[in-house]
Design a protein around this ligand. Structure first.
Ligand SMILES: [Zn+2]
Length: 219
């Protein structure tokens, strides 16, 4: 079972891919972790990665592709793997296809964990913070309780609409980047009949159950 997980930031793709990796007992390969692990190796790629990452530079598509190739050919990926965060762009998707066909491997399915963009924006911009007890709420999904935080000295006056402008801006940039660069992969994998979409709006358990039911059918 070789799965690719896709989805906008904040939709739960990371959580779901970890759950499914445990259920299927195949490695969960997130791009960030692969890059960190490989940069510890004392070979050419490891040294290059360490150099690039220590300078805070972006790792090129070619570099990521060769690192992912190396990783998915390791022993523990014999029975399959879950890719989380790769491919992130169309060129990366094409590279993955080349790697896979060189090795006579096939992607079993591409799992899209999706939440509508306006919903994701609400999750980001609706954040509320109680400045007394530091509890976090959301204007839309988790409003400040009528009877307070549970602490008798917290009240509605303690609620700040924006808790962290910098974090909010960072999340908005990530979301925009996803729609510009990663979103086209949905049509790409649809045209290859590999895409299966799941609604990421409910609880994590409900969503993973639906994904597992689907995998049991194709397995
Ligand atoms: Zn409070």
């Amino acid at each position: 079972m070789r799965l690719v997980f896709l989805g906008p930031p904040g939709a739960g793709k990371g959580t779901q891919s970890k759950i499914i990796s445990n259920v299927l007992n195949i490695p969960h390969l997130s791009t960030g972790e692969i890059l960190r692990d490989m940069s510890e190796n004392n070979d050419y790629i490891g040294k290059e990665l360490k150099n690039i990452m220590s300078k805070g530079m972006l790792v090129s598509d070619d570099m990521i592709t060769s690192v992912v190739k190396k990783r998915i050919l390791m022993q523990d990926c014999n029975k399959g793997f879950i890719l989380d965060g790769f491919p992130r762009t169309l060129p990366q998707a094409n590279s993955l296809e080349s790697i896979m066909s060189e090795e006579n491997l096939k992607i079993s399915s591409v799992i899209l964990v999706d939440v509508p963009e306006d919903e994701l924006l609400k999750r980001i911009t609706g954040r509320l913070l109680c400045n007394k007890c530091s509890k976090i709420y959301n204007k839309y999904s988790n409003p400040f309780p009528e009877n307070g935080c549970g602490r008798k000295d917290c009240s509605k006056e303690n609620i700040m609409v924006r808790s962290d402008d910098e974090e909010e801006a960072f999340k908005q940039v990530r979301l925009k980047k996803y729609y510009n660069e990663t979103f086209p992969l949905i049509d790409y994998y649809k045209s290859k009949n590999l895409l299966k979409k799941f609604d990421g709006s409910g609880s994590a358990e409900k969503i993973s159950k639906k994904i597992i039911d689907f995998i049991n059918v194709i397995y």
